[in-house]
Design a protein around this ligand. Structure first.
Ligand code: SF4
Length: 131
């Protein structure tokens, strides 16, 4: 039987939770609620995290836009996701909630903007200037 000790990160209480794994069976103790049990079962079987980061913006007033994955991605795929984010160039204007990339790293999970980013007014004028 394998035993793991975890700290639940679902809420600020931070319960110390024990998970006993016996073949297909998993016993969870020390949690104060069902959400903590669900988190610990997930953490032991397939840990996932929501990725938050910044991506470069092309043609915007700001050079960067904050983003997050629409759902949590498997932890072992996070380095691949971050490598994609480093090379991504998002075209302004961007509205909060816009999907900037679908199915990131083949996870089936989309990348969404978490802020608005207006187009750079200066570059729009210069494109129209030579009339
Ligand atoms: S088990 Fe429940 S109460 Fe304890 S940290 Fe997790 S979510 Fe919070």
């Amino acid at each position: 039987m394998e035993k793991r000790e975890l700290t639940c990160i679902v809420c600020p209480v931070g319960c110390r939770v024990a998970v006993e794994i016996d073949g297909e069976e998993m016993r969870v103790s020390g949690n104060q609620c069902k959400r903590g049990e669900a988190y610990c079962r997930q953490e032991v079987s397939c840990p996932v995290r929501t990725v938050t980061s910044l991506v470069a913006v092309v043609g915007g007033e700001h050079p960067l836009c904050p983003v997050k994955t629409a759902q949590a991605v498997p932890k072992d795929r996070i380095p691949e996701v971050l490598a994609i984010l480093r090379s991504l160039r998002a075209q302004a204007p961007i509205a909060m909630g816009d999907v900037l990339l679908r199915d990131i790293a083949g996870t089936g999970i989309d990348l969404v903007a978490t802020a608005n980013r207006a187009a750079d007014a200066g570059s729009a004028v210069s494109e129209q200037a030579p009339v």
